[in-house]
Write a protein that binds this ligand. Structure first.
Ligand SMILES: [Zn+2]
Length: 300
């Protein structure tokens, strides 16, 4: 189960991993806390007051492109970028325990083994994204979900790329808002490389990821400025596949040890193996496997 704040977040942070899980035969459920109705959009998409409905439809289409047929909406309102949203229905203002109960009910119903949430920073700090982290962890505790993964980005290469794009003036020429994409802004966003436990190869699913991003048509435009998604979906395929060659996660309770794991189900596979082998000390054998990640890579 992949838990998100707004329609389109799943495409940016987790689409490759979800497409891979679906292709491997796993049942994948996407849950969004809000319908994204407070995000930027062209006036034409918001005029009739049905932006939220449109964005949930787009999410269903994006999910279908990834091979995920099950999309749920927790029913909260989008807080927008202001942390001080006074809207009582806003997700960022919701009682975390109450929201966690709603999510835990879906975790129970679907018997989910793995839940993805966001890192504690909420990526770049959107109040709804920080709430996804908080609520997701509480829900997993309630439902007894075995593996919780924070979907994140390794900020070191991100800052490196943005610094180059900034210094060479490419950032300016792309027409994106410099304040939104400045290297300084990302120096504390997402996660430091030392925290990353999973680095999932996703280049093989770049076509599905781009299709998911493209499905979010109302996210690609605004009446002022250029939206990030619009820039990304226009990248040539080989550049797109390079930019999105990996997705990153931090598993709750796992200390990074040796090379990052390349499979979000690795912990479950090790647990299943330990269950089946009598006389093995589970703790020792887990460390053995974690320490030999290339073995996992070969086996897959
Ligand atoms: Zn979002």
């Amino acid at each position: 189960m992949s838990f998100h704040a707004h329609p389109d977040d799943e495409a940016l942070l987790t689409a490759g991993t979800l497409a891979r899980a679906a292709a491997d035969g796993h049942r994948v459920v996407i849950v969004t806390a809000t319908d994204g109705a407070a995000g930027l959009a062209r006036a034409a998409a918001t005029a009739d007051g049905r932006l939220g409905e449109r964005r949930l439809d787009e999410l269903r289409r994006a999910a279908a492109a990834l091979g995920c047929g099950d999309v749920r909406h927790l029913g909260y309102a989008d807080s927008g970028l202001n942390a001080d949203s006074s809207d009582e229905a806003a997700f960022s203002q919701a009682d975390p325990q109450e929201a966690a109960a709603r999510l835990a009910a879906i975790l129970d119903e679907t018997a989910a083994d793995v839940l993805t949430v966001y890192d504690p920073a909420g990526g770049y700090g959107h109040p709804d994204h920080i709430q996804v982290h908080r609520v997701g962890l509480l829900a997993a505790e309630r439902a007894g979900t075995r593996v919780v993964l924070e979907a994140t980005v390794d900020r070191r290469p991100l800052v490196r790329v943005l610094t180059v794009l900034d210094r060479t003036g490419i950032l300016g020429r792309l027409g994106v808002d410099r304040a939104e994409w400045s290297p300084e802004r990302f120096a504390r966003a997402f996660s430091a490389p030392e925290r990353i436990t999973h680095r999932i190869p996703t280049a093989r699913f770049a076509t599905a990821k781009r299709a998911a991003m493209s499905a979010h048509a109302t996210q690609a435009g605004a009446d002022h400025g250029v939206r990030t998604l619009a820039v990304l979906v226009r990248l040539p395929h080989f550049v797109f596949a390079r930019v999105f060659a990996h997705e990153w996660f931090v598993e709750k309770g796992r200390q990074p040890h040796g090379p990052a794991l390349d499979d979000i189900f690795a912990t479950l596979r090790v647990a299943a193996r330990d269950d089946g082998s009598r006389g093995t000390d589970p703790e020792r054998s887990r460390w053995k496997l974690v320490g030999s990640a290339p073995f996992i890579k070969r086996r897959l």
